[in-house]
Design a binder for this molecule. Structure first.
Ligand SMILES: *Cc1c(COP(=O)(O)O)cnc(C)c1O
Length: 333
């Protein structure tokens, strides 16, 4: 797989660590060994998975001579925080369109990522109701900025297009090299499945490097069938862009949707338990919206003996801990 054919900024020091989680594995009391890939430790203010995708997306923007980035996300979006962070570093303006998916959830003075938008000097924030056509809203913003003589570039939500997903194809290749260096034979990888670039990229990377470790996604909002189809479609587009010739098997795209709870970003008891377990056994900070629910899924699957005894499972920690501070009441209840 040739990543050098695409414009790319160098934001990351690779590989991010792969660590065993012996205390958590022991606490769960099953013969499953857990490992974690620490993409929460990626650079960019506050860390997390979007930095890998933004290496490609921001490079594309700069090659197209953009001076302004527009992107979108939910009110506590890690993606918006990281896009802003890299735009600031590159000397680009950054405008955000935030979708209020839970009515009344946007608070101008909220903590967490919202505070960091302000701290890092976001140029504007437009809040729109849940269900808004986000691409349409960003295009409107872009037209207004163009009329002012700016050169805007739109990065879609989560940087989950075929350009951004290359970051996770590359992560899969990095992971394989690292596992081989460690002589660590992982049986299964578990990832969050949101805007889908992470999940799709990891599958394409496993197939493209003939490694074929199964990758399962834990949904954070959508139903299983809908999400699997979104991941599959993005994977096909990404593989095509990269020139991966091996056909993608629809059956390799597996999502679990029973850990979403009442909806995107709405806390569940299992998420709270998972965040506390990781913090109190491995000193690893998860987040309430993505890695916390994904870890809740991982823990439940282990408890239900979904994985055979002796299985080694790698959890991809995608970051997000700055959002914890917007949810303190949830954890203190
Ligand atoms: C965006 C995000 C995810 C989901 O990744 P996608 O590529 O959008 O599916 C997972 N964890 C965190 C912390 C995120 O911010």
């Amino acid at each position: 797989m040739n990543f050098a054919q695409f414009p790319r900024r160098k934001y990351i020091y690779t590989p991010t660590p792969i660590e065993p989680m012996p205390a958590l594995s022991k606490r769960l009391g099953k013969e499953v060994s857990l490992y974690v890939k620490r993409d929460d430790l990626l650079p960019g203010a506050g860390g997390g998975n979007k930095t890998r995708k933004l290496e490609f997306c921001i490079a594309d923007a700069m090659e197209k001579k953009a001076d302004t980035i527009i992107t979108c996300g939910a009110v506590q979006s890690n993606h918006c925080r990281l896009t802003l962070s890299w735009a600031v570093k590159e000397g680009l303006d950054c405008h955000l369109v935030l979708e209020e998916r839970v009515k009344g959830s946007y608070k101008e003075d909220a903590s967490g990522n919202n505070f960091l938008f302000e701290l890092m000097g976001v140029k504007s924030i437009e809040v729109v109701p849940g269900g808004t056509d986000m691409m349409g809203a960003m295009e409107k913003k872009a037209a207004a900025l163009e009329a002012e003589g700016r050169r805007p570039y739109i990065i879609p939500g989560g940087a989950s297009n075929a350009i951004g997903a290359l970051g996770y194809v590359s992560c899969a290749a990095e992971t394989m090299t690292q596992l081989n260096d460690m002589h660590l034979n992982i049986d299964h990888i578990v990832v969050p499945s949101g805007s889908a670039g992470t999940h799709a990229g990891m599958v394409v990377g496993m197939v493209g490097s003939s490694s074929n470790i199964p990758v399962s996604g834990v949904n954070v909002s959508r139903k299983k069938d809908v999400q699997e189809e979104i991941v599959y479609k993005l994977a096909i587009a990404t593989a095509e862009k990269l020139g991966v010739k091996t056909a993608l098997d629809r059956k390799a795209f597996v999502c679990f949707d029973q850990y979403v709870g009442p909806g995107y970003s709405i806390p569940t008891d299992a998420m709270v338990e998972a965040v506390k377990l990781f913090a109190q056994t491995e000193s690893i900070l998860l987040d309430p919206v993505y890695s916390g629910k994904t870890a809740a899924g991982l823990i439940d699957l282990i408890r239900k003996d979904h994985f055979a005894p002796g299985t080694k499972v790698l959890f991809l920690h995608t970051g997000g801990s700055p959002a914890l501070y917007a949810y303190m009441d949830t954890f203190r209840k």
